[in-house]
Write a protein that binds this ligand. Sequence first.
Ligand code: ATP
Ligand code: MG
Length: 268
Amino acid sequence: MHPYQVKIGTQVKLSEIDPNDQSLFPKLTKKNYFKALEKLNTQLESLQELLFAQGKHRVLVVLQAMDTAGKDGTIRSVFDGVNPLGVKVASFKKPTPDELAHDYLWRVHPYVPGNGELVIFNRSHYEDVLVVRVHNLVPPEKWSKRYEHINAFEEMLVDEGTTILKFFLHIDKDEQKARLEERLKEPSKQWKFAVGDLDERKRWDDYMQAYEAVLEKTSKKHAPWFIIPANRKWYRNLVISQILVDTLTSLNMEYPAPAPGLENIVVE
Ligand code: ATP
Ligand code: MG
């Protein structure tokens, strides 16, 4: 099992997990990092092409994190170079009135990957047991049942041919402070600063508790959670890229067999 995979049925204490850990790539220099990432990007590109060509497997990547933890940066770096034809990103923001008029999985299901597709959920149905729980948007009797629904939903997707990987980008509160300050003073980053992020920051401990519940209750063999040390962006990118490459490799995909008689065709 991968060292960052959440073991089923164990207690998770995020305060005891080091967001600066770099034990999987201990001696990497910046120059080597770019080389290593480029190599993984190339591997991922080929694997995704194969996924698309074979049109058999479906891959769902779920990204969850606190503000500034790097969901966007991860998507940019890890999927650099993949063919946009077969990769889609679905971002889940505050639900619309129409979405709120339905069950919470209603808006999610249409975006799950089809055959040959890789879909990245930038936030996800997990918001309905995170922000919703922290802000009491629905009563506890309601959100507390959702872990089971989510497990059943994901199990169904897996039974029907989807591979699910879920990544929690783990930064600490000091790192978030530094990144928010950077957004405030760097003109090219100011557009990313949202005053609302400060309100969420005040609820950091509540969020950590809500994340711990998610990680404990919904990491399954068929749909594991990985807690990715994410204070260092390069490390986060390498670890996630490597997990994706390893997982896609383990699918043992093959290009579809050529149509019969192809060897006799002459292109004039
Ligand atoms: P970025 O800030 O990097 O652009 P983001 O994912 O934070 O990305 P925002 O538009 O800033 O995007 O925030 C989306 C907000 O929508 C988050 O605060 C999130 O908690 C909230 N949200 C997502 N799903 C739900 C939900 N089901 N119920 C209530 N709020 C939700
Ligand atoms: Mg935001």
